[in-house]
Design a protein around this ligand. Sequence first.
Ligand SMILES: Nc1ncnc2c1ncn2[C@@H]1O[C@H](COP(=O)(O)OP(=O)(O)OP(=O)(O)O)[C@@H](O)[C@H]1O
Ligand SMILES: [Mg+2]
Length: 403
Amino acid sequence: MINQRSRVDFGILGAGQLSLMLLEGAMTLGLKGSVLAESQDDPALLTLSRGLVGRTRSVDDLSLFLSQVPTVLFENEFVDVSLIRQACRNLAVPPNFFPSLNAIEILQNKLNQKKILSHLKVLSSRYRVIKKTEIIEAIENKSVARLTKQFEREFPNGYVIKWATLGYDGKGTWISGSRNRVRDLELLSFVENADKKKVDCFVEEKINFDCEIAVIAVRGVKGQVAIYPVVQTQQRDGICREVSPMAFPAPLLRQAKAIIEAILLELQYVGVLAVECFVSRDQIYVNELAPRVHNSGHFTQDFTLCSQFENHVRACLGFELGDTSLTHSQLDFVMVNLLGEKVATIAAPLAPPPFGRLHWYSKTELRVGRKMGHVNVLVPRGQVKSEVVARTQRWWDNYCESL
Ligand SMILES: Nc1ncnc2c1ncn2[C@@H]1O[C@H](COP(=O)(O)OP(=O)(O)OP(=O)(O)O)[C@@H](O)[C@H]1O
Ligand SMILES: [Mg+2]
């Protein structure tokens, strides 16, 4: 049950690390949020103990939670919007949702994102939907050869198969490469899982990019927009490992800003929006849109005047937006994600590194590839960024080994 001793200014559907950091961002403004958590052990509930334990896919639990908060924010776009609408119908005064349910419903599907991008004439990789019959045939014949041969003909530069929804950390993404039996089996289980989850699949052209960038912006209820410094992201196996600033050419930055402004305006979007892009020969291809605070914006907690978390709360609660500029524009920094390397129970607290700022998510279990926290590190003058990253990784490896 929500602790009623003091007022609640907003609620968040979900209680993972993004919720936790949104609540921290709100705290600096003297605002109090509550969460709908799936479990008592979810990071935001465990740490800040204000919220309700319930299922985000139960109309009753949703109705109870929504009746107790005036405004609702999301930490994850993969919510059941029709269920939320149904829960609202049970209430005399439903809460406000930011971003709107309409925006969430559109952006939770990558095929809808493609349509918006094409409408706005924003470049994105060429794609086509994979027909249900193609998937069923591959599953029934336990063969993917026909599927892959067809894609190779259609996308000679390589292709990527994606789930239209529910993907994260590379889990809804299968990238083509050399074929062998293991890869074929992987692809078979990839399309099988999509079929089980009733998720559409599409295939798109593989972009031979020079680098990946993330653009994060926030739009207020009155339409004001603030954009964070554009950063470079580095992924391995589809999971982001590190984020850092780069000296991008001015035309590229202008292009990136124009893209995000157009999307925000088109959707009449309120809150933080993240746009992930590929840069290839000075062209920007939008990869995907995330209607929420985003991992690639965690650097803003320590290196900008107002973090993405505080700004999301400011925007959604109708306040003026905070300053998105870097606190020290001449300083170099890097955000390093801490990913689980084995399965273990987290019992003892982690001793923070002496050289960076740790943001720990308080998850109770370590799992392979799971984001457990991140470290924001300033790169001292005269030091090489890769050495700073390696040092952080060594510190984290030692901790994982000690468990
Ligand atoms: N068309 C493409 N061409 C080349 N690489 C790609 C393509 N699509 C995806 N990738 C690679 O796979 C990574 C993960 O893809 P994507 O961001 O679409 O998946 P996701 O699981 O939804 O990720 P997220 O965790 O960011 O939500 C990308 O960051 C990129 O490195
Ligand atoms: Mg991505």
